[in-house]
Design a protein around this ligand. Structure first.
Ligand SMILES: Cc1nn(C)cc1-c1nc2c(-c3cnn(Cc4ccccc4)c3)c(Cl)cnc2[nH]1
Length: 291
């Protein structure tokens, strides 16, 4: 029987642990096989000692479990269950057959437009699903996206996701590259620094840029990144097609209400051009070297 028909309570003895798949800021992920069904999954192990109380990380893990367990979408990494022992918390996650997207991006340095467009269409589809459930991801970046066995993207790591609208309390750390102006602006600077799902539209614009260019649009020193985000100050290299440039510029808009909504992203000429259903269309694009 598949994993989700299994009894809801899980324990470590039910799994054979395989090779380590990777490690994040908190915890590691191992390949694992559920003994009775032979079901392959990824087991994320977090040490309770590292989730020190009150730092907000423990709350993030709880939120990650609560949110991700209830999501079902082909471009969102499934969480089948969770359990803990005296020292560790275990998250039973879908195994993504082709691993971490950012490693593919670094290896290829940047993606051809047909591949970037298909990825953006998949991300828009996943974000539409999340936003319909009033979930904001807030941390859309290559490091939080995995690749399934058929090359499809899987958003993972819901540690930063929240229910919209939201007023951020936990201090940000790590790269600012993907954050929209309304999240990097200091507290109380004339805005209630609350925000809604439209933060993910900005991040989708940053992601589109990074897929096509190979680096984030506002990548700079910490201070300069802040300033450039606040002014949407970026330059798009000339090798980026006019259609792709148009989509990036319609997502990286300072005013959240003016950003292109997800249904319009999926209908954008650049997306339609590369994602029209049917083999002929995509093969024709690839034949042209996927310009
Ligand atoms: C690596 C790798 N190579 N191949 C061929 C497949 C994979 C693969 N990795 C995963 C992974 C995976 C691994 N590391 N990470 C990053 C991480 C680790 C710990 C905390 C937070 C984030 C995710 C997952 Cl969750 C789920 N499925 C995965 N599949």
């Amino acid at each position: 029987a598949p994993m989700y028909n299994q009894p809801r309570q899980f324990h470590l003895g039910m799994f054979e642990i395989g090779r380590p798949l990777g490690k994040g800021k908190f915890g590691r992920v191992y390949l694992a096989r559920e003994r009775s069904s032979g079901f392959i999954c990824a087991l994320k192990v977090l040490y309770k000692s590292e989730l020190q109380h009150g730092s907000g990380v423990e709350k993030q893990v709880r939120r990650e479990v609560e949110i991700q367990s209830n999501l079902r979408h082909p471009n969102i990494l499934k969480m089948y269950g969770h359990f803990h022992d005296s020292k560790r918390v275990f998250l039973i996650l879908e195994f993504a057959g082709r691993g971490e997207l950012y490693k593919h991006l670094r290896k290829e340095s940047r993606f051809p437009e047909w591949k970037a467009a298909q990825y953006v269409a998949q991300m828009a589809s996943a974000l539409r699903y999340l936003h319909r459930k009033h979930v904001i991801h807030r941390d859309i970046k290559p490091e939080n996206i995995l690749v399934g066995i058929h090359g499809e993207l899987k958003i993972s790591d819901f540690g930063w996701s929240v229910h919209a609208p939201n007023h951020r309390r936990t201090t940000l750390c790590g790269t600012l590259d993907y954050l929209p102006p309304e999240m990097v602006r200091p507290h109380g600077s004339g805005n209630d620094n609350s925000y809604d799902e439209k933060v993910d539209l900005w991040s989708l614009g940053v992601l589109t840029y990074e897929f096509l260019v190979g680096e984030a649009p506002f990548e700079d020193t910490m201070v300069m990144t802040h300033r450039r985000i606040a002014r949407a100050d970026m330059t798009i290299p000339s090798f980026v097609s006019p259609e792709a440039r148009d989509l990036i510029k319609k997502l990286l808009v300072l005013d959240p209400t003016k950003r292109l909504p997800l249904d319009a992203v999926q209908q954008h000429p650049w997306i339609i051009k590369h994602c029209v259903k049917g083999e002929r269309a995509t093969n024709r694009d690839k034949a042209k070297g996927g310009e």
